[in-house]
Ligand binder design. Sequence first.
Ligand code: MG
Length: 280
Amino acid sequence: MSTWPIGVFASVDAGLGVKLEVARDLGVPTIQLHAPHKESRTPEKAAAFLAKLKDYGITLTAVFGGFEGESYADIPTVVRTVGLVPPETRAARLKEKKEISDFAKLLGCNVVALHVGFVPHDANAPLFKEVVAVVQDLCDHCKKNGQALHLETGQESADGLLQFIAAVGRDNLFINFDPANMILYGTEEPIAALRKVGKYVRSIHCKDGTWAKHPGQEWGCEVPLGQGDVGMYNYLKTLKEIGYTGPLTIEREIPQEPERQKAEIGHAVRLLTALKEKLL
Ligand code: MG
């Protein structure tokens, strides 16, 4: 693959990404895929999807997994419902995430990713140790499938992420860096964070957002690429500095407005193409 191929976050039937046809229409050469529902994760559907990708000339670079019952309504709800952190759903979600890893293998994809949830900052907390154990288990399953596991950045600071990755201690655990999430959750300034965690960054999202009035207590606002507080030129410049050459995957989660979503992603493609010309 060339340096920084443009990508878009896509969905089949689950998740908030665009349809594959949108990627095709916009001439985007790579996608990350939100894993489809269980009934769609069959060898037949995988083969049909792969045929479509081939037909459209699109490369799949990562398979994300979300879970039933997750809600991003507000920050406390995320803490309670998202990822592998909530104890009551953990075992079932671990099982499902392993099935998603197996489905990604059917798609010939060697990266699976997820938002693990709100990892506690205190490494001595029992919950921290439980989440480390479940991620070790998942990493080992992915490893058997020849895959890396990428953690979507969100609430964790750079130092928190480094602490967690070190505690998990697996050589196939990396980061999917999302600069907007750091702003939306009010975690910390994303460019400085990117420099700190750079050696673990193996995939990224191009998403933008503005800081909340009270960061960490309420959401910031997700906005079209280039209109928020990330600073896209600086973001790409920093990606270059840390030696990142992988896809620039645009994420814009407004599927309730498909026309606007497509138009804004088209604009994002043009913005990133122009920035690539300046920086590469
Ligand atoms: Mg993201």
